[in-house]
Design a protein. Structure first.
Length: 1024
C-alpha cells in the first residue's frame, strides 16, 4: 500500500503528524463536557398552566381538557398525559422518536393559542417548554441560622445573585425561610362604620401605587420627559393612601385596617441536618460542564461565606459532581490498569521491550485521537464513553500485533528493516482492515435503535469505533515506520531458556493433539457444541433480566404522608418521630435535608401540609459496608412502626430518571372506578416476591367543604356567583392588592381578615356578604354547605382518565417480577371499558430488547457481507460465522457465575461479540486456504494452520479479555454500568476462542466435503 510505503520512507512527517494529533487531543480533552451520562434527548414537551385556588376537578374540566383536545391533533404526538391538581395543570406531550421537536413545539404553541381565550380569565398563560432531563440541580446548598427571616433576606439579596454570577450557573431556586409581606388586617367594624369595602381599598391601593411616563414637553431647546410618580416609598405611604367611601367621604387605609410589616403564613419549612434553613438548588446552563460548574460553585462559596452574617452558615448539602468525578476517576483507573495488563501480555509474547513499545504506543495515540473525534461530534466525557475506551483497550492493539508479527516473519527471512516493514504491513493490511471492519459494522444498527437505549449506548459505540479506526491507522502507518527504526534485530527465539516459550510449546502440543481428535470425531464435536449451547440457554430463567443497572450513588428519599387535610404542625410532629428513628443511621448519613409541606425540589412536585420529603446523601460507598438498597430496606423497616403516617423509602438515581421499575397504567371512563381497581392491584401485586413499596397514584381525598351558591337567591340581592366567590376568597385566603418595593426587594401588599375570623367552620357560617346596595346578608342565606373529600390530583392519558400503580423491586430481577405481575393482572376481572398496560422500566426493557434483537440480526448480516467481500466467496463466511453461536455458552455462563441479569449493556456486549469473535476464525480459515493454495493437503493444512495461528490468536484474545478484567470486577463508583458489558465480552470471547480453535476446523472440513460432493454431482450431470 502506498500509505505504508510513504510512512516508512518519511518518518519525520509521521512523527510530526502524531505530535500534532497529541497536542490537538490534549486541547480537545480540556474542552470536553464532563457528565455522568450522555445527553438524553427525550421527545417530550410540557404545557404548564396555573389556576390559583382552583380544585383539581375545576382544573381538569376548565384547563387540562381543552388543552388536551387542542394539542392531540399535532403531528407526531404519540401520547398526551395530563395531571390536574389544586391550582395547576400539567399536560405532558410524548412524541414519536425522530420527531422534529422544534417544529412540534411551534405547532403545540399554535394549537394552545387557539383555545387560550376559552380558558378561565383567572388562569395564567399556558407555559410551553421542552422537557430537558439535564435541568436537574447540580448542587444543593443550605443556609442555616437562628433567624429564618434573615436567612431569606440573605439568600435573596446576597447568595442568589452571587451564585448566578458564577461560571456555568443557569439559575438558582430558593426554598424555605420566611417571605416578607405587608399585611392589611381589615377591621369589619370600621368598614361598616365608614361604609367602605375590601374591594374599594384594593382599588385605591392599585390606582395610587403607580408611576408612568406620560409624554414630553419642550423647555427652551430641550425636551423634558414627563413622568407621574406615585409608587409607595414607605409603609407610611400605604397607611396614608386615601380611600373614598360610598358616601363620598375620604378616609385613610390605616383607618380601616391594621398595616403590619410581617411574613407570609408558612405553608412549609426546610430542615438541614435537623436545623431550620433556606435551601438553594443550583441549575447549570445547558451544555455546561457539570463538574466544572460544581467546582466553580464550591470555590466561590469560600468567598461569599466571608460576607455573611456571623450567625449564618452556608454549607453544601448535595453535590452531584462528587459521584460523577469519582465515577470518571474509577473508569480512568480501570483504563490504566487494563492498559498495563495489555502491555504486560505483549511483553510476555514478544519478549522484546522495543516491540512492546511499538505496539503499546497504539493505545495512548488511539485514546487521545478519540478525544478529538468526540469533541468534533459533540459527545461528552462520561462513564459510557470512557467505558467504551476501556472496553476497546485490548482491541486497540490487535491490528498492530498482526502487522508486527508479519513484519517479523519477513525480517527472519532475511529482508532489510525497511523492506520487511513495507512488505509485511502491505500484505496483511487488507485482512487487518477487513477484520477491523467486521468489528465496526456491528455498531451501525445500534445507531438506528430508538429510545433511551440509543441515547445511552450510541456514544459508547462511537467511542469504541473511533478508537478502533484510529488504532487501525496507527497499525498501517506508525507501526511499520517504528518497526523500520526501533527493531534493529529480529525477535530472538528464547527456546528452553524462556519459561513462557516452554509453556506455549506445551500448549501447542496439547492443542495439536486435541485438533487431531476433533477432526477424527467430527459428529461428536458438533453434538457436544450443540448440547453446550442448548444447556447454556437453559440457564436463562436463573439469570433473569433488567433494564439498565442502577449505580450506587448513595442518595435516598423518604416520603412522609399524614392523613389528607392534616395540619403542618401535625406533620412536623411525625417528622420529629422519623428523626428519632434515623439516629442509629447517623454514621451512614452525610447530609439530611427535609422539606415539610414544600414539595419535592428534585421531582419538581408541589407540596401540601400533610407531606414531608427527606433527601439524604450517604457517605461514599467505599466508606460503608452496606449498599444504598440495604440501607433503604433497614430504614424502611425502622420507620414502619410510626403510626399516623404512610412512609416510603426509596433509593434515587440522579442524572438519569428511568421511572419506576414496575408501573401498571390503568385506564377507563371513571376516576372513582379506577381508584378502586388501583387499590385492588396494589393488594394483589404486593403478594409477589420482590415487589417493594407498591403504591397507587390515587391519594386519599382531601377533606373539603363545597359551597353551592343559590343563583336565584343571590340574584334577588343583586349578586352573582363571581361576586360571592370573591368575597369568600377575600375572607379566608386574602388577596394581593399590589406590590411594595424597598431596597430592591419586592413584596406583596395583601388584604386579609384577622385569623380569628377565618380559622373555624363557624366563621364560614357567620360570614356576611355585602350587596351592591351596601347591605349585608348572611352567607347561610345564599348557599348550602356540603362536606366531602376531593381528589388530590386527577390524571388522564389520551383524553381518558388514568391511574398508576408503581413499585420498586428488591432481591429479584425485573424480568421475572414483570412476568409474575402480568400473570397476576391476567387473573383479575376488570369492569367493561377498563384496561391496563405495563409501563415503567419493564416496558422500556421490553421495547429496548426488541430493538436490540433486530439490531443483532442486522449486525450479523453486515459481518457476513464484509467477509463475503473479503473472501470473494459466499461459503467461507458461513464457516467463520459458526464461532458466533458458541458465544451464547460464554455469555450465559458468565452472567450466571457473576450473578448479574441480562440487561441493555449485556445485550450491547452480545452485539459487539458478533463482530469480535469472527476475527480469530478469519485468521485461521484464511491461513488454511493459503496453505492449500500452495498445494498442501487439507488435513495437513489444518494441522499446520491451527498451531501456527495459536500464538497470535492467544495474544489478541488475551489482550482484549484481560484489559476488561478491571471493568468486570466493578470496582469503584459507577462501575455497575460497564460490568455486564465487560462480563459478556470476557466470557463470550473466551469460550468462543476455544471453540474457534477446535470447532471451526471441523466445520471447515464438513463444508469442504459438502462442496466436493456438490461439485462431483454437478460434474456427473454434465457428463450425462
Amino acid at each position: 500500500m502506498k500509505l505504508i510505503k510513504t510512512s516508512v520512507k518519511r518518518p519525520v512527517g509521521v512523527i510530526m503528524i502524531v505530535l500534532a494529533i497529541l497536542a490537538l487531543g490534549a486541547v480537545s480533552l480540556r474542552s470536553l463536557t464532563v457528565d455522568l451520562f450522555p445527553k438524553i434527548d427525550l421527545p417530550v414537551a410540557v404545557v404548564a398552566t396555573s389556576y390559583q385556588d382552583a380544585a383539581p376537578q375545576e382544573v381538569e374540566n376548565l384547563i387540562s381538557r381543552p388543552i388536551e383536545s387542542a394539542v392531540s391533533t399535532v403531528e407526531g404526538i404519540e401520547t398526551v398525559q395530563s395531571q390536574s391538581q389544586s391550582g395547576s395543570s400539567l399536560v405532558v406531550l410524548m412524541f414519536n422518536n425522530g420527531t422534529d421537536l422544534d417544529q412540534a413545539l411551534l405547532d403545540v404553541r399554535e394549537s394552545v393559542d387557539q383555545v387560550k381565550d376559552l380558558l378561565p380569565s383567572q388562569a395564567g398563560d399556558p407555559n410551553i417548554m421542552r422537557f430537558n432531563p439535564d435541568q436537574l440541580p447540580v448542587m444543593w446548598v443550605g443556609l442555616t441560622g437562628e433567624n429564618a427571616a434573615s436567612l431569606t433576606k440573605t439568600a435573596d439579596e446576597q447568595v442568589v445573585p452571587f451564585l448566578e454570577r458564577q461560571g456555568g450557573v443557569g439559575s438558582v431556586n430558593v426554598e424555605g425561610g420566611k417571605e416578607r409581606e405587608i399585611q392589611l388586617i381589615l377591621d369589619e367594624a370600621k368598614l361598616q362604620q365608614y361604609g367602605a369595602t375590601a374591594q374599594t381599598i384594593m382599588q385605591s391601593l392599585t390606582s395610587t401605587n403607580q408611576s408612568a411616563s406620560v409624554g414630553t414637553v419642550e423647555k427652551g431647546d430641550k425636551d423634558l420627559q414627563l413622568r407621574v410618580t406615585g409608587e409607595f416609598e414607605s409603609i407610611d405611604d400605604i397607611k396614608q393612601t386615601i380611600v373614598q367611601t360610598e358616601s363620598g367621604a375620604t378616609v385613610h387605609v390605616d383607618d380601616l385596617a391594621e398595616v403590619k410589616d410581617d411574613f407570609k403564613e408558612q405553608s412549609g419549612m426546610t430542615l438541614v441536618n435537623g436545623k431550620p434553613s433556606v435551601v438553594l438548588s443550583i441549575l447549570k446552563k445547558t451544555d455546561s460542564n457539570t463538574v466544572e460548574v460544581a467546582t466553580n460553585i464550591e470555590d466561590s462559596l469560600q468567598e461569599i461565606k466571608q460576607d455573611l452574617p456571623s450567625d449564618v452558615n452556608l454549607d453544601i448539602i448535595i453535590d452531584t459532581s462528587d459521584f460523577i468525578q469519582m465515577s470518571i476517576d474509577s473508569v480512568v483507573q480501570n483504563i490504566l490498569i487494563g492498559g498495563a495488563i495489555s502491555i504486560f501480555i505483549l511483553l510476555l509474547f514478544l519478549k522484546s521491550i522495543r516491540a512492546t513499545i511499538v505496539i503499546g504506543l497504539s493505545i495512548p495515540i488511539a485514546i487521545i485521537t478519540t478525544f478529538i473525534l468526540m469533541y468534533f461530534t459533540g459527545e461528552t466525557l462520561n462513564i459510557l464513553t470512557l467505558g467504551g475506551l476501556a472496553l476497546g483497550l485490548g482491541m486497540m492493539v490487535d491490528s498492530s500485533i498482526v502487522i508486527l508479527e508479519h513484519i517479523y516473519s519477513y525480517r527472519q527471512r532475511g529482508y532489510s528493516l525497511k523492506d520487511a516493514a513495507i512488505k509485511g504491513a502491505s500484505e496483511l493490511a487488507p485482512a487487518v482492515i477487513a477484520s477491523t471492519t467486521t468489528t465496526l459494522v456491528v455498531f451501525l444498527p445500534i445507531i438506528y435503535v430508538e429510545g433511551i437505549a440509543s441515547d445511552m449506548f450510541t456514544p459508547l459505540a462511537l467511542a469504541v469505533s473511533f478508537s478502533l479506526i484510529t488504532s487501525l491507522v496507527v497499525a498501517i502507518t506508525l507501526v511499520p515506520m517504528l518497526s523500520s527504526k526501533l527493531l534493529q534485530k529480529a525477535m530472538q527465539d528464547g527456546g528452553k531458556r524462556y519459561w513462557f516459550d516452554r509453556f506455549l510449546g506445551w500448549l501447542n502440543t496439547k492443542y495439536q493433539k486435541a485438533l487431531k481428535w476433533v477432526l477424527g470425531h467430527r459428529k461428536t464435536t458438533v453434538f457436544v457444541t450443540v448440547v453446550a449451547i442448548v444447556g447454556s440457554l437453559a440457564l436463562t430463567p436463573f439469570i433473569g433480566a433488567e433494564f439498565i443497572p442502577s449505580a450506587d450513588q448513595g442518595q435516598l428519599e423518604i416520603r412522609v404522608e399524614t392523613d389528607p387535610g392534616s395540619s403542618l404542625k401535625h406533620t412536623e410532629e411525625i417528622v420529629e418521630q422519623v428523626n428519632k428513628e434515623l439516629e442509629p443511621f447517623e454514621s451512614l448519613i452525610e447530609t439530611n435535608y427535609v422539606s415539610v409541606g414544600g414539595g419535592d425540589m428534585v421531582a419538581g412536585s408541589s407540596g401540601s401540609g400533610n407531606q414531608a420529603v427527606y433527601t439524604m446523601q450517604l457517605i461514599p460507598s467505599t466508606e460503608r459496608e452496606k449498599t444504598t438498597i440495604q440501607v433503604v430496606q433497614e430504614i424502611d423497616d425502622k420507620l414502619q412502626g410510626i403510626a399516623g403516617a404512610e412512609i416510603t423509602v426509596n433509593s434515587m438515581d440522579s442524572g438519569m430518571n428511568m421511572g419506576d421499575p414496575i408501573q401498571v397504567q390503568l385506564n377507563g371512563p371513571e376516576h372513582e372506578v379506577l381508584r378502586d381497581i388501583s387499590e385492588q392491584v396494589v393488594r394483589e401485586i404486593e403478594q409477589i416476591d420482590g415487589i417493594y413499596n407498591p403504591e397507587t397514584s390515587a391519594s386519599e381525598g382531601v377533606p373539603q367543604m363545597n359551597i353551592e351558591v343559590n343563583q336565584e337567591q343571590a340574584a334577588m340581592y343583586g349578586l352573582n356567583q363571581e361576586q360571592v366567590l370573591g368575597q369568600i376568597q377575600m375572607q379566608f385566603t386574602g388577596q394581593v392588592a399590589t406590590q411594595f418595593r424597598e431596597n430592591g426587594q419586592e413584596m406583596d401588599v395583601t388584604l386579609m381578615y384577622p385569623e380569628e375570623q377565618r380559622s373555624k367552620i363557624e366563621d364560614l357560617h357567620d360570614m356576611k356578604i355585602q350587596t351592591p346596595q351596601g347591605a349585608t346578608i348572611s352567607l347561610d342565606e345564599l348557599a348550602e354547605f356540603k362536606q366531602m373529600s376531593g381528589p388530590v390530583s386527577l390524571q388522564r392519558e389520551n383524553q381518558q382518565p388514568q391511574m398508576n400503580v408503581s413499585s420498586q423491586i428488591v432481591d429479584r430481577d425485573l424480568g421475572t417480577i414483570t412476568q409474575d405481575v402480568e400473570k397476576t393482572l391476567a387473573g383479575m376481572e376488570l369492569p367493561e371499558g377498563y384496561n391496563y398496560e405495563i409501563g415503567g422500566q419493564a416496558q422500556d426493557m421490553t421495547e429496548s430488547f426488541t430493538e436490540l434483537a433486530i439490531a443483532l440480526v442486522f449486525s450479523i448480516f453486515l459481518v457476513y457481507a464484509v467477509m463475503a467481500v473479503q473472501f470473494e466467496n459466499f461459503l467461507f463466511p458461513l464457516i467463520v460465522m459458526f464461532a458466533m453461536p458458541t458465544t451464547v455458552i460464554g455469555v450465559m455462563l458468565g452472567l450466571f457465575i457473576v450473578g448479574i441479569p441480562l440487561s441493555i449493556p449485556a445485550f450491547i456486549g452480545i452485539i459487539m461479540l458478533a463482530g469480535i469473535v469472527v476475527n480469530n476464525s478469519i485468521v485461521l480459515v484464511d491461513y488454511i486456504n493459503l496453505l492449500r493454495r500452495k498445494g498442501m493437503e487439507r488435513y495437513a493444512a489444518i494441522l499446520e494452520a491451527g498451531p501456527s495461528r495459536l500464538r497470535p490468536i492467544l495474544m489478541t484474545t488475551l489482550t482484549t479479555i484481560l484489559a476488561m478484567i478491571p471493568l468486570a470486577m466493578a470496582l469503584g463508583e459507577g462501575a455497575e454500568m460497564q460490568q455486564p458489558l465487560a462480563v459478556t465480552i470476557i466470557f463470550g470471547l473466551g469460550i468462543s476462542s476455544i471453540f474457534t480453535l477446535l470447532l471451526i476446523p471441523v466445520i471447515y472440513t464438513l463444508f469442504d466435503d459438502l462442496t466436493a460432493k456438490m461439485a462431483k454431482r454437478n460434474n456427473k450431470k454434465k457428463d450425462a
